[in-house]
Write a protein that binds this ligand. Sequence first.
Ligand code: SAT
Ligand code: MN
Length: 598
Amino acid sequence: MTVLTVEQWVAETAKLTQPSEIVWCDGSSAEWLKLTELLVSNGTFIRLNPELRPNSFLARTDPADVARVEDRTFICSTHEVDAGPTNNWRDPLWMKNLLRSLFKGSMRGRTMYVVPFAMGPLDSPQARFGVEITDSPYVVLSMHIMTRVSNGVLEKISKGADWVPALHSVGAPLLDENGVQSPDTTWPCNVEKYIAQFPESNEIWSFGSGYGGNALLGKKCMSLRIGSVLGRNEGWLAEHMLLVKLTSPSGKNFHIAAAFPSACGKTNLAMLRPTLPGWKVATIGDDIAWIAPDSDGRLRAINPEAGFFGVAPGTGLKTNPVAVETMRANTIFTNVALTEDGDVWWEGLTDDAPANLIDWTGKAWSPLSGSPAAHPNSRFTVSLSQCPIIDPEWDSPAGVPLDAILFGGRRATNVPLVVESRDWEHGVFMGATISSEQTAAAEGVVGTLRRDPFAMLPFCGYNMGDYWQHWLKVGQSLKADDLPRIFQVNWFRKDANGKFLWPGFGENARVMEWIARRLENEVSAQESAIGKLPIIRDLNLEGLAISDEKLAEIFQIDKAAWHHEAELTAEYFAKFGEQLPAEMGQQLELLRSNLTKL
Ligand code: SAT
Ligand code: MN
C-alpha cells in the first residue's frame, strides 16, 4: 500500500518537521534504560521507590491533555459517505494540507524517534506492521510496552510486508524558524489537536497530544480505525474486545471475546476470578481482538497488543487483585497520585487514602481537598507478560479458536443477565444495537440510550452500516456450525429501588458457566421474543443468596419497554440510510412481531 520505503518516508518527514536528530529505535532494554533516564533527568518522569515499585515511573501530563479527543478525531476518506454518520469526516487532501502546515518545523530542537512495531506476534499470519515517527520519548517507552518494537519489523517490511506509516508530533517545537530557543515543559503538547486517519492510504497523522490513544498510534488508530478498514478489505474483523480462555473443572477450554462500551468492566472481566470452584479464567487481552478465518474455516483471534493501558481509579485489591499484582514493577503510571514513600495511589486502590499524598497535578492532597487525588482517566501501562493469570497462548502466532462472542452494556432495565442469539445475523443485530443507559450523574435524560454499536463508536474507520454488512458477510462465508455463538450480557440490571439485581464481578462466572454449557450442548434454552434465555434450573446458583423474585426480574421481558426500545432502534437505524444492511431491518421487524405476540 505504502509507496515510499521506510527510509524515504523518514527522510521526507524529517525534511518537513526539521528535528535536531533522528534516532532509530529497536525496543531493547538498553533503549528503555537510556530513555527512562532521559525522562527522569528532564522531569517528565518521577522514578518510583525501587524497593516498592522497581523500574516504574510516574508521569504527569498537561492538565489539558488527559484523554482521547473524539471531537478532534477524523476519518479522511474521499467520500463523506465512506466515513458514515458516526464519524467526523474531512476531505483527505484538505486535511493533508492542513497537517503539513502544522507539522512544518514541529520537531525543531527535538529528537525524532523512528519506532518500528508489530501488532501481534511478529511471525503470526494475523500480525500487521507499522512504523511510528514521534518526537515524544514517553510515547517510545509506552510503545515498548504496548506493542512489539523490534528491528525484525523493518526486516519484514524490507521483504515486502505492508506497513502503516504513523506520524506523531506533540506539536511543541523548541526552536522557532530563526533558531531562537524556548524553554521545554515536562509535558509538551499543543492546544490544537488532530487525530487523522486516512483509510484509503492506511496512514495516520496525529498532532498536538502526547496522551494514550491520541499518541500511541498502534492502539486505537491502527489496531481499530485502520485495522477495521484492513479487515474489511482482507476479510477479517478488528474489534474492541477483550479475549479470555475459560477452563471448566474437567479441563475443557473455551475462548471468549467480549465487547463492552467504556465503564462496563472490560478489564475486570478479562481478569475474572471465578467464584465457582474449579473454573478458571486466563487473560489474553483486555481491549482489542483481531479475528480472522483460518484454513479450517474457523474464526481465530489474537490480541494485537502486548500490554495493558488500564484505567487506574477503581482498580483495587477488592475489585481486581490480578491487575494490582500485574503492575508490581516495570510500569509507567500516568496522572495517578504519589505517596510519601515514593509509590502510587488512586481512588479505589485501597479503602483509605494514605497520608501526605501529592495529587496528579503535583499539589499536596488530603481527603478534604474536594477533588480526586488521581485523575479519573489516570492509567497504568504494563506488559501483558506480567499478568499472573496470563494465558500461555497469549503470544501464540496462531492465536486461539473463538468459541463465543459477548456483547454487553450498562442497562438498568430491559436487557436480561444473559441471552443467546438465534443465529449469527441475530448476533450482529445484538452488536449493532448495543447501548448503555445514561446515569443520573451525567447530563441528559436518565434512561436515554447512548448507542455504541459493537462498542466501536469512536473506533470504526469506515461507515458503520458497511461495518455491519462486513460482519454479516464474514458469517455468511463460513459454515454456521463453525461460527462462534453470540450472546448478550448485562450485569447492571436494577430493581425498582435502583439496586443492582446481580452481584457481578466474580459471580459473573455463573453466566460464563451457562454459556460454556450451551456451547457444549449440555443444556437447552427457551425461545423468547429477544433470543434464547436460560432455563433457570440450568444456572449454577449454589452458594448465592438470590431470591426467585429477583431472578425472575433479571430475566423479565417487559413488552411495552421493548416496544419503546424497538422504536429507538428504528430511529437509530434510519441514520444509516442506504448503508443499513437489509438484514438489520429484518431483525428489527422480527423483534417487533415477536413482541406483538407476547
Ligand atoms: O486512550 S486510549 O484510547 O488508549 C484508552 C481508551 O480511551 O479506552
Ligand atoms: Mn478501549
